[in-house]
Design a protein around this ligand. Structure first.
Ligand SMILES: Nc1ncnc2c1ncn2[C@@H]1O[C@H](COP(=O)(O)OP(=O)(O)OP(=O)(O)O)[C@@H](O)[C@H]1O
Ligand SMILES: [Mg+2]
Length: 351
């Protein structure tokens, strides 16, 4: 069993609390992705699992063993960093086999395991090269090879793809997805990249200020964000937030329909993803805006608009003409609409 369990874990550096009170259970074989803004404590959480950072309070278990006081080398965990941290003077073969050599594994066994891992990662032809003779993506694959060759209980990845360009990133991301299917090893993965979080994770943990704001399957978190922070963090372009007036728990829409909100406040925040706010008249009318800039992304285009009080981002459907500087009508698609109360917490709405 290589489940990883945080029970009320707190981490403080001096007086500054970095991780507040983390309860998280990563199941055996599960792939959990930690996302959140810079400084929210992602690396600190990984480093606590690896044993590179002490735990201020609470308990951390790997399998059935409480590891708060277990040395890093005795935790049987492999960590891959953003900076590949390869040994420059060793060949690819020696870099991958290093951890085995240190553990006095017989050299024939090392050779066999290194060959297997190199084949799996497409590195067989590069085994005699030094790291400086490799591309960034190849170096990152060597770093991954070094982690998997030991067959550890768990993998920890700290933004492993962030030094790669977009094309390589998607290649290595696919390598990772494949590896993960083949090895089925428990993994905790940190990233800033939405696509990595959405595509790799069994579950995502959205962190802010050292607090897990929401934990769930990526599509569930995307579809039902539990607060404004999560709603604004996941999804690209960022969700639009618009204050709306509510009359005794009822919100009137411009097409005459009304929505019942579960919290009877006088005001609420409407959250609508740009994909559900359309330039045009195809949906619930949502006023008129001035189109400021049109961003054409290839498959789709988004209009950055000046609305009433704040800028809005809206989807431009194929074939629809928009001209920057000109007014355009907006419409709400029925789905992808969210409501939040004054504290920023999700409230439910029904027609
Ligand atoms: N050794 C340390 N002493 C004091 N403060 C630290 C130490 N290590 C990290 N911190 C602080 O803890 C907070 C969390 O850092 P951490 O590296 O976990 O963030 P992160 O979420 O990984 O950010 P990023 O996305 O930028 O990598 C930061 O405010 C950081 O300044
Ligand atoms: Mg970090």
């Amino acid at each position: 069993m290589a489940q990883i369990r945080f029970v009320g874990v707190r981490k403080a550096f001096g007086d500054v609390v970095i991780v507040k009170n983390l309860d998280l259970e990563v199941a055996d074989g599960e792939f959990v992705v930690l996302v959140g803004p810079s400084g929210c404590g992602k690396s600190t959480i990984l480093r606590m699992i690896a044993g590179l950072e002490s735990i201020t309070a609470g308990d951390l278990y790997i399998g059935d063993r409480r590891v708060n006081d277990v040395a890093p080398k005795d935790r049987d965990i492999a960590m891959v960093f953003q900076s590949y941290a390869l040994y420059p003077h060793l060949t690819v073969r020696e870099n991958i086999g290093f951890g085995l050599a240190v553990r006095r594994t017989p050299s024939a066994e090392i050779a066999k395991k290194v060959d297997e891992v190199a084949a799996r990662l497409g590195l067989s032809a590069l085994l005699d090269r030094k790291p400086r003779q490799l591309s960034g993506g190849q170096r990152q694959r060597v770093a991954m090879g070094r982690a998997i060759v030991r067959r550890p209980k768990a993998f920890l990845f700290d933004e492993p793809l962030s030094n790669l360009d977009a094309k390589l990133r998607s290649d290595v991301r696919a390598d990772l997805a494949r590896l993960r299917r083949q090895l089925g090893t428990t993994t905790v993965y940190v990233t800033h990249d939405q696509v990595e979080a959405m595509t790799l994770a069994d579950r995502v943990v959205v962190l802010e200020g050292g607090v897990a704001q929401q934990i769930g399957a990526p599509l569930d978190v995307y579809a039902r964000p539990s607060n404004i922070f999560v709603a604004g963090f996941l999804g690209s372009p960022t969700m639009n937030f618009i204050p709306v007036k509510v009359d005794a728990g009822t919100l009137k829409l411009d097409d005459g329909r009304s929505l019942e909100l579960s919290a009877p406040a006088a005001t609420a925040t409407l959250g609508v993803r740009p994909q559900s706010l359309l330039v045009g008249t195809d949906g619930i009318p949502f006023g008129e805006v001035e189109v400021d800039v049109v961003e054409r992304l290839g498959a789709e285009s988004f209009a950055l608009c000046r609305g009433g009080k704040q800028p809005l981002t809206a989807l431009v459907r194929g074939g629809h003409q928009v001209t920057p500087g000109k007014p355009a009508p907006l419409a709400l698609a029925g789905d992808g609409i969210h409501f939040f109360d004054a504290q920023g917490l999700r409230i439910e709405a029904r027609a």
